[in-house]
Design a protein around this ligand. Structure first.
Ligand code: ADP
Length: 400
């Protein structure tokens, strides 16, 4: 069974074609700059040279068409015809309270996704465009939606509600939803495998630290709390997002600077975070380099980031009555030994310590805590695409 996994952003499409007999990736690629000058498809077939296709990619439908052509191309293709694609799995960011699990796309599901646009105006529309494009180009092939919010639907009400009048929740759905759920789910399952334990016996704190960053408390296999909220702006200090701040700052700044709602939104989402603090970059590699070269604000941004992550780890251990494992994943979590070290320096009270030798690795699933640590620390590369492919296989198994 071959499954195409699609992740549509506002101007990009990421894809991977899986052969689910052995979960191997036959090809993967990226369409960039959709609707912008210089649009391009970079297609990487397994075991063959990369193909770079420059084309005028005006919209997502043209992008998906090019992807399907690349997959079936005589030279850099990996399948004989589109008929070999048994199902398509889509990453969808926001499903509100409507879905607690991945689903088969039906007209009712599309309606529900439309209703969630208001809560994720940047993310859900391109996700929906991707589903519509596939329905048009490969009609009859079943499609699924795998939601970033679904894994966190197990959070108890006392964890997901804000201290606002209850009507705000009833009327507008104002509550914590949480994101990166597919990643938190995958790495918590992998941690249990690596520990040779049942997930249902473990309390795991999963730290997804990339450009967007979030932490989850996964108790006995279920998300019971997470740092992102109504939108992916809450929680940690991120690449360009401020994370949690005193909400009174928002009207204060709007008045002082004469900002409109859109301007303050952009200020908090795009100009803040470690970019805003350091004044250097949103990319941790640049900030680490600047800090080593003596830039004090770059150093401060790193300290702030690590401190916030450490605080969340402590609070989630309290939320779960303890912890058995801490997992680092995503770009920064998988690659930056110095950031992992900074974060864990001070967690000794939990009964854990990083082993500097084991910590000196990149992008490989392994334990990095000292031998005999009460709370194990892991690096686990995330694989959201594989989770989407697996869920799609399960949902579509009886249909194809
Ligand atoms: P997203 O999917 O949210 O864009 P990723 O998970 O790809 O993010 O993470 C991207 C971030 O990871 C980069 O902005 C960079 O800051 C960080 N990163 C990647 N590699 C390294 C590295 N070797 N050292 C430090 N930071 C890294």
């Amino acid at each position: 069974m071959k499954i195409l996994v699609v992740n549509c952003g506002s101007s990009s499409i990421k894809y991977q074609l899986f052969d689910m007999t052995d979960e191997s990736v036959l090809a993967k690629g990226l369409v960039e700059r959709i609707g912008i000058e210089g649009s391009v498809l970079t297609h990487q077939p397994a075991g063959k040279p990369k193909a770079v296709i420059n084309a005028d990619i005006k919209n997502h439908s043209i992008g998906i068409k090019l992807v399907l052509e690349a997959l079936t191309d005589a030279n850099h293709g990996v399948i004989g015809s589109m008929k070999e694609i048994a199902a398509v799995g889509h990453r969808v960011v926001h499903a509100g309270e409507k879905f607690a699990d991945s689903v088969l796309i039906t007209p009712e599901v599309m309606k529900a996704l439309d209703e969630c646009i208001e809560m994720a105006p940047l993310h859900n529309p391109p996700n929906i465009l991707g589903i519509e494009a596939c329905a048009e180009l490969i009609p009859g092939v079943p499609q699924t939606g795998v939601f970033d919010t679904a894994f966190h639907q197990t959070m108890p009400k006392h964890a997901f509600l804000y201290g606002l009048p209850y009507e705000a929740y009833e009327k507008y759905g104002l509550r914590r939803y949480g994101f990166h759920g597919t990643s938190h789910k995958y790495v918590s399952q992998r941690a249990a495998e690596l520990m040779d334990e049942q997930l249902t016996n473990l309390r795991i704190i999963t730290c997804h630290l990339g450009n967007g960053a979030s932490i989850a408390a996964v108790k006995f296999g279920k998300s019971v709390d997470t740092s992102m909220g109504f939108t992916p702006l809450e929680g940690l200090v991120m690449g360009t997002r401020c994370g949690e701040i005193d909400p009174a700052i928002i009207p204060y700044l709007m008045k002082k600077e004469g900002m409109t709602p859109d301007q303050i939104d952009s200020y908090l989402n795009k100009k803040s975070g470690v970019l805003g603090v350091s004044g250097v970059s949103s990319d941790f590699r640049d900030i680490e380099e600047a800090a080593v070269a003596g830039n004090d604000r770059a150093q401060l941004a790193l300290e702030m980031f690590a401190y916030k992550v450490r605080k969340y780890i402590g609070s989630y251990a309290a939320a779960m009555g303890g912890a058995d494992a801490i997992v680092f994943t995503a770009g920064l979590g998988e690659n930056s030994a110095s950031m992992r070290d900074k974060i864990c320096n001070g967690l000794e009270f939990l009964g854990t310590r990083i082993d500097p030798v084991k910590n000196n690795v990149r992008g490989k699933a392994q334990e990095i805590s000292v031998d005999g640590a009460k709370v194990k620390i892991f690096i686990i590369p995330t694989n959201e695409e594989l989770v989407i492919a697996r869920d799609t296989k399960t949902i579509c198994a009886g249909l194809v």
